[in-house]
Design a protein around this ligand. Sequence first.
Ligand SMILES: [Zn+2]
Length: 344
Amino acid sequence: MRGPFEIGGFRVPPGTRTTLDLPVSVLSDHTPVSMSVHVVHGRRPGPVLFVSAAVHGDEVIGVEIARRLLRAPQLDKLAGTLLVIPIVNAFGFMTHSRYLPDRRDLNRSFPGSEGGSLAGRLAHLFMTEIVERSDLGIDLHSAAIHRTNLPQIRVSPASDVTLEYADAFGAPVVMISKLRDGSLRKAAQERGVDILLFEGGEGLRFDELSARAGVAGILRVMNAKGMVAKRGIAAVREKPVHVRSSSWMRAPAGGLLRTFKATGEYVASGDLLGRISDPFGELRTDIICETTGIIVGRTNLPVVHEGDALFHIAETTGSDVEMRVDTIASQLDGDPMFDEDEII
Ligand SMILES: [Zn+2]
């Protein structure tokens, strides 16, 4: 018989699932704040995977992905243990803010410390209770407010294993990017725990493509880890496009922005991406693409200052990449929904 899973002083027996509240802090008005973890402890042995969302409190698409994941029938026959933390930064989630009340960015505060700032304490709790108990983690993010991201996985160039799981996830694009100091990815990697960072959609918004890409991707990674059977999980029809560098096209002038290109589109140097006009329609400035690749992020706000980030372009060449991104996106579109009665 497999032993119970121990976390935060609780014991979860094999073949059961439960939601646990780990205390984080007490607010100024005496309200206790906790980080809630749903533990699915399989009857059969296997790896420990964590799935976290809302490390940035306003990146709510991950919360919806976690909700759908927890309803997946595949979890009934889980091998190993799944830890789902739908809202890591409860403070930011409640106030629709990326940050913590001490104005720190949690994803720049890892690994944190027990006696540190509020952000540092939350990071420390997450490291000791979640990361150090796991073999692999999937951290769910979205673009900031007023911007949107094409569903994508970000991995560190240092780990070939993570790249394999990134391909198994099957999002349209895999960005191989350096780790930032203080990020969850860096702190986890230093402890030997691989992290896939998912990016998709817009801050404070739900979108169906990102929700589906997230749920399907997590189940595919769980299948690749031997945690769930293949049944009911669509195989990836196209290999994700790998990119190693990306850059932002910024507003050459302030004014009102009209965009002619969307996320997922392939653009070449010299293409017209958009146009900025003054409110009187007298002055206009074209935004000409300076690189070649896939648009992986874009502003949704038509009111821009000079210097604002407008288009995030992942540099890649080859006329087949847009077709591959398209194939992956339309496959996600055609997937059956978990909740047939719910359209977000
Ligand atoms: Zn984020």
